[in-house]
Design a protein around this ligand. Structure first.
Ligand code: F6R
Length: 596
């Protein structure tokens, strides 16, 4: 949700800022812009992608500046609303990720005081307030301004009279500072700076920093503190396409390796330092609250099923944004929050209120140093590497892998189930590789689905959440309306939608639901709807019953969601490819949803 960058050093800032912005485009791509200090402030901004701004923009001389890629919230995507924003005198430029709740009151007061505005954004009030508060020191003016605004922000600010510094601050939106020799960076996320440095300061809530070529001074709640410098593990190569046509297909193809590498993590998870997870083994049986959004919520639904079935514990799951508006709460023993980015506003709001209530919180996330990990008592990392494509793929299977790891950590898991899981995991990387290698059937199904406007996905038990996930993946990247539903629910309403124009993707599980699903397929077929079945290889009896079949390798049913998820990711990918959609950056979406 908007990417903020800044650079101060000895190189030309323009190229540096645009390269960093290109790496953050997954956060928003409605418009983009940069401001460079060249004695004065020069701004370039437009309703274009970063590559187009880079190709068409005039050269700006200057070795410091700020930049922004926008996901529009306040004010439609147009040139005037693109960041950076100025004050009246154009002495100050500001880029901002977040929301200013009291911007209307502030704007009314500023207008009455003679300020003129050139955009509809909430951000512009920040630059005008800084102008009003400026008395020769930018950092003091920013500090005074932040005391007047209510909302969330990661901001970077420059002033034409203070050419040797960037002033940055965070509250509710992420911001990191990258450290180099005689040069420093600021960015919303690590991939923006990986080409230049791995030394990072993860800014905390209510921190303000002054960044110069020589170093960084940091204040928290007004008090100066010494920055904690961390080394990030991610590499620049991981955040590049590496010859793949899209980030999404690259990230799908990375899954066998991620699962293979994780097998040692799973083994370790039963090891000597169980931490919070020992709650899963404690007596009396604990209760668990699971919270997540979107794809991560689907991983949570699978976690609920597995924890209930295999550990016999009671699990309550909620979409974080719904949970935040509930008045009456059951107080569970352990909260598990699943979030790829660790910056999803709805999840963070829930975490803050649960922390106040004193609940122990465990976070499953992919991003080192993210806000969720800082709010949690304990973090389990999915170690999937940077996920750039807006549609979550490898992070989902990596979340599932961690969830299986949690199960294996509990002494409540009986021996037989433990053996079933560990045995299945041994073959999982090659099983997933098989699906990726033999993708032709899936690709042909994708071409077929590309001609339809509505698709229904059904699954049962462990694979019901996979039906939801398959539908979400298809709708977000191919723009085909898709609905996921529980196999048994079809006859309670959605059946009314079926016709020759509405294909149904049926996910079959080799469990007690198999026969019931065959009956459901028959019910669909007599209504004339085409059926694509996703089924374990052995089930060849299905071939005559349906229109198309995607055979997946025969695996222990407990891990079948991992394989079905990969097959459906590929199905969505090839459908979107056939329709010529912008796969990595679907319209209206952004990765890391930092607004409520
Ligand atoms: C779908 C997708 C989103 C995210 C959701 C939660 O492909 O990516 O539905 O899953 O926005 O994001 P995280 O997991 O970062 O909290």
């Amino acid at each position: 949700m908007c990417g903020v960058v800044g650079y101060i050093g000895h190189r030309q800032a323009q190229a540096n800022l645009l390269e960093s912005l290109a790496r953050l485009e997954y956060r928003g791509y409605d418009s983009c812009g940069i401001a460079v200090l060249d004695g004065s402030i020069r701004v370039l901004k437009d309703v274009v992608r970063v590559a187009d701004l880079a190709a068409t923009s005039e050269p700006l001389e200057g070795t410091s500046g700020i930049g922004h890629t926008r996901w529009a919230t306040c004010g439609e995507p147009n040139q005037a609303n693109a960041h950076p924003h100025y004050d009246c005198t154009r002495n100050i430029a500001v880029v901002h990720n977040g929301t200013i709740n009291n911007h209307q009151q502030i704007k009314a007061r500023l207008l009455a005081g003679g300020h003129t505005f050139s955009s509809d954004t909430d951000t512009e009030v920040i630059s005008h307030l800084i102008e009003e508060n400026y008395q020769g020191d930018l950092a003091s003016a920013v500090r005074a301004t932040l005391n007047q605004i209510d909302g969330s922000y990661a901001i970077a600010v420059i002033h034409h009279k203070e050419q040797d510094k960037l002033v940055v601050a965070r509250c509710g939106s992420p911001l990191i500072i990258g450290l180099g020799e005689g040069e420093n960076w600021v960015a919303s996320d690590v991939p923006a700076i990986l080409d230049y440095t791995k030394k990072v300061i993860f800014m905390e809530e209510n921190e303000l920093a002054v960044i110069t070529r020589q170093g960084v001074r940091l204040w928290r709640d007004g008090r100066e503190i010494s920055p904690e410098i961390k080394e990030v593990e991610w590499t620049a190569i991981q955040a590049q396409k590496g010859g793949h046509e899209h980030f999404m297909i690259k990230e799908i193809r990375e899954q066998p390796r991620i699962i293979r590498e994780s097998n040692s993590v799973l083994a370790h998870s039963g090891g000597s330092d169980p931490g919070l997870i020992e709650i899963l083994s404690s007596n009396p049986p604990p209760t668990i609250l699971l919270l997540a959004c979107g794809t991560s919520y689907h991983a949570g639904l699978i976690a609920k099923y597995l924890i209930q079935e295999l550990l016999g514990l009671s699990v309550h799951i909620e979409i974080a944004s719904e949970f935040n508006y509930q008045r009456h709460r059951i107080s569970e023993d352990l909260g598990i929050i699943i979030t790829q980015s660790g910056e999803t506003a709805d999840a963070l709001i829930a975490m803050r209120s649960l922390r106040k209530e004193g609940m122990k919180l465990l976070v499953i996330t992919n991003v080192p140093g993210c806000s969720a990990s800082r709010l949690a008592d304990e973090t389990w990392y999915t170690r999937a590497g940077p996920e750039i494509s807006v549609a979550a793929t490898k992070s989902f299977t990596a979340q599932l892998k961690v969830i299986y790891g949690l199960l294996l950590s509990s002494s409540r898991l009986d021996r037989r189930d433990r053996d079933r899981l560990t045995g299945a995991f041994r073959h999982l990387p090659s099983n997933i590789q098989q699906i990726i290698d033999n993708h032709q059937d899936i690709q042909s199904c994708g071409k077929y689905l590309a001609g339809y406007n509505n698709v229904i996905f059904i699954g049962r038990g462990l694979n019901y959440p996979i039906a939801l996930e398959g539908a979400l993946k298809l709708k977000e990247i191919s723009y085909i309306h898709a609905e996921g539903c529980a196999g048994g629910e079809l006859k309670h309403g959605p059946l009314a939608l079926l016709s020759a124009e509405t294909p149904v993707v049926v996910i079959l599980s080799r469990d007690a639901t198999y026969e019931a699903m065959l009956n459901t397929i028959r019910e669909i077929k007599v209504r004339g709807a085409p059926v694509i079945a996703i089924t374990p290889a052995r089930e060849s009896d299905i071939d005559n019953l349906v229109d198309r079949v995607i055979h997946i390798p025969e695996v222990e049913n407990l891990v079948s969601p991992m394989l079905n998820a990969v097959a459906l990711q590929l199905l969505a990918y090839y459908t979107a490819l056939e329709r010529g959609c912008p796969i990595d950056m679907p319209r209206n979406l952004a990765k890391s949803v930092t607004v409520e």
